[in-house]
Design a binder for this molecule. Structure first.
Ligand code: ATP
Ligand code: MG
Length: 447
């Protein structure tokens, strides 16, 4: 059963149940009012008869009075203390089948015979001869129940009539509710069929659950589209970046094939070119693989790390390789934070490598605490980064000016790896740079 039919069925059934409860309550309310009315009526009649009979002693006259007060389809009896009816007035002989029973207190009750109910009132009185007698008035409820039967019929018909609009309203409501869902399903099916990233049209003005569902779906589509775009970008960037070294290798190899073997100078030049491009490609594929792995999963080995000793150790390694001076400053002997030591070392390598590549003066490395974070800055006084490029330097393969980078031989992946490392630690990386003056990278990591 689809949701639409379920909603429809639920609404109709609940409406039906509510109507049945209301109609039944109305019926029983009327039933109880009618019955009480009748019981009251016979009680008053018995009292009235008693009052009228009090001064009368003539038997004939008593009969006349009782006859004149006989209820329709009813009976009046005078019962003595032995429960014998001494006078009975009725048009319906069957009613005499009710056994007379003397009571010495006033009483009203319901009795039934052959499916018909009767209201019976008993009232003791002092008879003209001084004995105690009981006046019994019996009245049929048949006529009152006739109108209750009509009421029952009216209520049943009303119930059936009400069912039609409730059925239609349920149908309309389920349609209104499911229309946006159906349009979502259509769009999703289209996305599946055509393999495109399409968003849902959200018309609803009220920010209801369906609107939220739609906007969540749209946000998800955005993320998917963005990721897909990034992936496409990465693939095209990667193939583009690999094309250059491959072309260099290919052209040098074909040159070698033709003349290289005879010309030692050309041979050396070509082999050098092939070697350096091969090394660059190796480095690039290594970094690309790492990035791809990082995208999939980060297995961090988080431990307490002393950033002062880590900075000193790393900068010493770099100093030896580049022969350029790096100073480490910190107001503390130890700056402790929770991080993956290997990843932090890699991060420092990337930042120091850039600082060393793009400057010639000494480099400053500051380590310390700020509020709940550990921070370190790598500052150089080199060529700096143009304003318009700052926003892109963390993108994969982005290099500010290909010409100025050719000699430094970068791949443009360093900072994007750095950003991933910082992100995986829940930290942030910022850069302040001015062309011709220098650059400062600041990394903040929560302790
Ligand atoms: P790779 O690090 O992958 O070998 P790369 O250094 O060119 O190559 P990134 O480290 O990602 O790539 O840096 C991106 C670009 O940002 C660099 O090409 C460079 O132009 C610029 N850049 C980064 N750091 C500095 C810096 N300290 N001074 C000046 N420019 C910088
Ligand atoms: Mg770099």
């Amino acid at each position: 059963m689809n949701i639409r039919s379920k909603i429809h069925l639920c609404l109709t059934v609940s409406f039906l149940l509510i109507s049945i409860v209301i109609n039944t309550s109305i019926y029983f309310l009327f039933y109880s009012i009618t019955t009480n009315d009748k019981l009251n009526h016979v009680r008053l009649q018995a009292e009235n008869i008693a009052a009228v009979l009090k001064p009368v002693s003539n038997e004939r006259y008593i009969h006349d009075i009782l006859n004149s007060r006989l209820p329709l389809n009813g009976m009046i009896r005078v019962v003595n203390e032995n429960s014998h009816a001494i006078i009975t007035v009725t048009e319906d002989e069957q009613l005499t089948n009710f056994k007379p029973a003397f009571t010495n207190s006033q009483k009203v009750e319901l009795k039934s015979m052959n499916g018909i109910q009767y209201a019976v009132s008993n009232l003791p009185i002092i008879w003209h001869n001084g004995n105690i007698m009981m006046i019994e008035v019996t009245a049929s409820l048949a006529s009152s129940y006739e109108s209750l039967k009509i009421l029952k019929l009216v209520l049943t018909v009303a119930l059936l009539i009400v069912l039609i609009p409730s059925y239609l309203a349920g149908r309309m409501l389920s349609n209104i509710m499911l229309k946006p869902i159906n349009s979502m399903i259509e769009t999703m099916e289209e996305i599946q069929r055509k393999s495109i990233f399409k968003k849902l049209e959200l018309k609803s003005q009220s920010k209801d659950e369906l609107y939220k569902l739609g906007s969540t779906f749209n946000k998800m589509m955005d993320i998917l589209a963005k990721n897909f775009e990034k992936q496409q970008q990465f693939v095209s960037d990667a193939s583009h970046e690999l094309k250059t070294p491959l072309t260099v290798i290919e052209s040098n190899a074909s040159m070698l094939k033709r003349w290289g073997m005879k010309d030692p100078a050309l041979l050396e030049e070509s082999v050098d070119a092939i070697y350096s491009e091969a090394v660059r490609m190796q480095e690039m594929t290594k970094q690309m693989l790492m990035l791809a792995n990082h995208d999939a999963e980060w297995n961090l080995d988080i431990k307490k790390v002393d950033f002062v000793s880590l900075s000193k150790e790393t900068s010493k390694l770099m100093k030896n390789a580049y022969g350029q001076h790096i100073s480490v400053y910190s107001p503390f002997d130890r700056v402790l934070g929770n991080a993956d030591r290997q990843k932090m070392k890699q991060l420092l390598f990337i930042l120091l490598d850039n600082a060393l590549k793009y400057s010639t003066s000494p480099i400053e490395l500051n380590v310390g605490y700020e509020e709940n974070d550990v921070f370190f800055t790598v500052k150089d006084y080199g060529i700096g980064i143009p304003k318009e490029d700052i926003a892109h330097i963390f993108d994969r393969f982005y290099r500010v000016d290909k010409a100025r980078n050719r000699e430094t031989g970068g791949t443009g992946l360093g900072l994007s790896i750095a950003k991933q490392i910082v992100d995986s630690h829940g930290g942030s990386i910022k850069v302040v740079s001015k062309e011709g003056e220098g650059t400062e990278f600041t990394v903040m990591l929560p302790i």
